[in-house]
Design a protein around this ligand. Structure first.
Ligand SMILES: *[C@@H]1O[C@H](CO)[C@@H](O)[C@H](O)[C@H]1NC(C)=O
Ligand SMILES: *[C@@H]1O[C@H](CO)[C@@H](O)[C@H](O)[C@H]1NC(C)=O
Ligand SMILES: *[C@@H]1O[C@H](CO)[C@@H](O)[C@H](O)[C@H]1NC(C)=O
Ligand SMILES: *[C@@H]1O[C@H](CO)[C@@H](O)[C@H](O)[C@H]1NC(C)=O
Ligand SMILES: *[C@@H]1O[C@H](CO)[C@@H](O)[C@H](O)[C@H]1NC(C)=O
Ligand SMILES: *[C@@H]1O[C@H](CO)[C@@H](O)[C@H](O)[C@H]1NC(C)=O
Ligand SMILES: *[C@@H]1O[C@H](CO)[C@@H](O)[C@H](O)[C@H]1NC(C)=O
Ligand SMILES: *[C@@H]1O[C@H](CO)[C@@H](O)[C@H](O)[C@H]1NC(C)=O
Ligand SMILES: *[C@@H]1O[C@H](CO)[C@@H](O)[C@H](O)[C@H]1NC(C)=O
Ligand SMILES: *[C@@H]1O[C@H](CO)[C@@H](O)[C@H](O)[C@H]1NC(C)=O
Ligand SMILES: *[C@@H]1O[C@H](CO)[C@@H](O)[C@H](O)[C@H]1NC(C)=O
Ligand SMILES: *[C@@H]1O[C@H](CO)[C@@H](O)[C@H](O)[C@H]1NC(C)=O
Length: 498
């Protein structure tokens, strides 16, 4: 009996290897690859400092809303467009006794359902991302007293995405703040890093009130005291003139700038550390004009040349690993720079970052410092308390540009610590030997794995689970599949150049 089970298990393993095909190279979503690489670079950044692009639903999808099915279809498209924050207006409907999306016939419940489907669909190691929902009450805002139980109902109606929401109690626990402190205020709070938020706590959503507090009676919804919300550009200071301005900006959590944007301008606000929330007026007829504006704001790192590498772009058949390193290309006349892909064997100067302040840089550009990425990834000489590194946020990138312009740097290309040597299109820091966090063969969702070759595998797994030989919590596929597969597979690597 046990012997048979092991035979089955072996077969499952063989089938699993076959169906977990190399999805990095087969993806057609070039932009998604860029967004994922940015997300991975921001792993160690706390979520309140992670930039997102937002959309005011009241002025766009739900403006002058008449056609129900149309709006929900638009909403689904926008969810996949690179936007990661929404402002949503809610009103309480006395006759139905529920929360509705203001000026529409949609209930909050319907909205949450659409979001829930999206979150489930994208809840894989590769697709996962963070969302921010900002709630606003144009009329009849609920009060802390909550005489009519409206606040409780609001919390309740978020239940569909409840397991994805990072709750107030999570933050209180993290910061040792008891529930007797009713107003969580900025400056004293430590938020989790993006990596912990997504992959350890397995959360996806932070819900906040845009401009009010509801005291300690909400657990799924943060009061506005934790965020820095600016409407219009009257108080926004950008660009920064000194480095301490930059550091001052980084001391503010959740910096949103709610304004009208155009394609050119929006990136500048992103570079200055704001999460832009687009409030331009659109209706269903012209909302497609929003796409390039959103597109311009989803990137702060890569050049227009996206980081997507096609196998056929490189050398015959086999992608040439030694071409997948990253340079920071600085343009002196625009005093700005962006990331480009380069041949790792080129000798170039490089950049060191202070370990104590992520806004202090050192450019190693003496003739003797020119090195290949392979030399640097293993050992890069830097001044004390500095290491070979890369900008991890738009503000850090801005501080690097500022450092270079303050030093009157000419146009220059500098190595930064980012490569895709081990796995095509999986960008990692830490030198050329770093493995892809998603493993050699990225794991899809449970459903993605249900391609024909895998059905047998799944059936066997079910049998094994029924036999109770391995305990696999199926619902939680983001953790358990990776662990189960990792237990059996060796992380072989392709083409490490010597
Ligand atoms: C995040 O921190 C860990 C541990 O210090 C380090 O190994 C990893 O390379 C860092 N990731 C990034 C993207 O900087
Ligand atoms: C709802 O519609 C009215 C009239 O069209 C408008 O004045 C109001 O601003 C809208 N409310 C929201 C939240 O969009
Ligand atoms: C609503 O939108 C759907 C899908 O776009 C369309 O087929 C239908 O004709 C629209 N109805 C009205 C009244 O505009
Ligand atoms: C409340 O909901 C009902 C049913 O959906 C709708 O007919 C009514 O117009 C809504 N009332 C308000 C004030 O929105
Ligand atoms: C809704 O009902 C509550 C009491 O049940 C009342 O105080 C409030 O004024 C009503 N709001 C509207 C818009 O009718
Ligand atoms: C909320 O705070 C009040 C004091 O402001 C306290 O009496 C009450 O117990 C708290 N509620 C919860 C659920 O902690
Ligand atoms: C909240 O309660 C904790 C004990 O649970 C206590 O140490 C702390 O002083 C209290 N804080 C306030 C502001 O009352
Ligand atoms: C900022 O204000 C200026 C004039 O005060 C205006 O021309 C510009 O469009 C505004 N920009 C945004 C993003 O609101
Ligand atoms: C940050 O800037 C604001 C406004 O410009 C100023 O009031 C505040 O004192 C500054 N904070 C620090 C730490 O410099
Ligand atoms: C979209 O159309 C609406 C209504 O015609 C108009 O008010 C709005 O200005 C248009 N938006 C853009 C960006 O053209
Ligand atoms: C540098 O920036 C300037 C101004 O934006 C632009 O005209 C020029 O083409 C850029 N140079 C390079 C090499 O991209
Ligand atoms: C390096 O950092 C350590 C502690 O973090 C500090 O004691 C030392 O003075 C720093 N060295 C330099 C050269 O800044």
């Amino acid at each position: 009996m046990v012997r048979n089970t092991w035979a089955l298990l072996f077969l499952c393993f063989v089938l699993a290897q076959e169906c977990l095909c190399d999805q990095w190279s087969s993806l057609t979503e070039d932009t998604a690859l860029g967004i994922w690489s940015q997300r991975d670079v921001m792993s160690n950044i706390t979520i309140d400092q992670v930039p997102v692009v937002g959309l005011d639903l009241g002025t766009s999808i739900f403006s002058g809303a008449v056609n129900n099915s149309n709006e929900l279809m638009l909403l689904e498209k926008v969810l996949d467009s690179g936007v990661q924050a929404f402002i949503i207006d809610l009103t309480f409907n006395n006759s139905t006794n529920r929360w509705d999306v203001a000026n529409t016939t949609h209930s909050l419940h319907t909205f949450v359902n659409v979001l829930e489907r999206y979150l489930i669909r994208t809840n894989t190691n590769i697709h996962v991302n963070m969302w921010v929902l900002l709630l606003r009450f144009p009329e009849g805002a609920p009060t802390t007293a909550d005489e009519h139980g409206q606040v409780a109902m609001l919390e309740n109606e978020l239940g569909g995405i409840g397991s994805f929401i990072y709750e107030v109690s999570d933050l209180r626990r993290e910061n040792n703040v008891g529930s007797n402190v009713t107003t969580l205020s900025v400056g004293q709070l430590n938020w989790p890093t993006l990596h912990d938020f997504l992959y350890v706590r397995k959360k996806r959503v932070v819900v906040m009130l845009q401009d009010q507090e509801l005291g300690n009676q909400t657990n799924r919804i943060f009061g506005s005291s934790v965020l820095h919300f600016t409407s219009g550009n009257s108080t926004a200071v950008c660009p920064f003139t000194t480095q301490s301005d930059l550091i001052n900006q980084s001391g503010h959590s959740w910096r949103f700038l709610h304004a009208d944007y155009e394609t050119r301008g929006i990136k500048e606000y992103l570079r200055c550390g704001y999460s832009p929330i687009i409030r331009n007026r659109y209706n269903s007829g012209n909302i497609s004009q929003l796409v390039p504006i959103i597109g311009a704001a989803t990137y702060w790192s890569w050049d227009n040349h996206l980081p997507y590498l096609h196998e056929e772009d490189t050398q015959k058949g086999k992608p040439y690993a030694a071409h997948r390193c990253t340079l920071f290309r600085y343009n002196a006349s625009s005093q700005s720079g962006s990331w480009v892909i380069a041949d790792c064997n080129q000798k170039r100067p490089y950049i060191c970052k202070s370990e104590t302040s992520p806004y202090e840089w050192f450019k190693a550009d003496q003739a003797g410092n020119h090195s290949t990425y392979f030399e640097l990834g293993r050992f890069a000489p830097c001044p004390s308390n500095h290491t070979f590194s890369l900008p991890e946020t738009p503000l850090q990138q801005r501080s690097l540009e500022k450092y270079l312009s303050d030093n009157s740097s000419p146009d220059i290309e500098l190595w930064i610590d980012l490569n895709s040597v081990q796995i095509l299109n999986c960008w990692v820091t830490g030198g050329p030997d770093t493995l892809c966090p998603y493993h050699k063969k990225p794991l899809g969702t449970f459903t993605e794995m249900m391609v024909p070759a895998c059905i047998l595998f799944a059936v066997f797994m079910v049998i094994i689970i029924t036999l109770d030989l391995i305990r696999v919590p199926i619902q939680d596929n983001r953790r358990s599949w990776k662990r189960v597969i990792n237990n059996y597979s060796k992380s072989e690597t392709d083409g490490i150049p010597s």
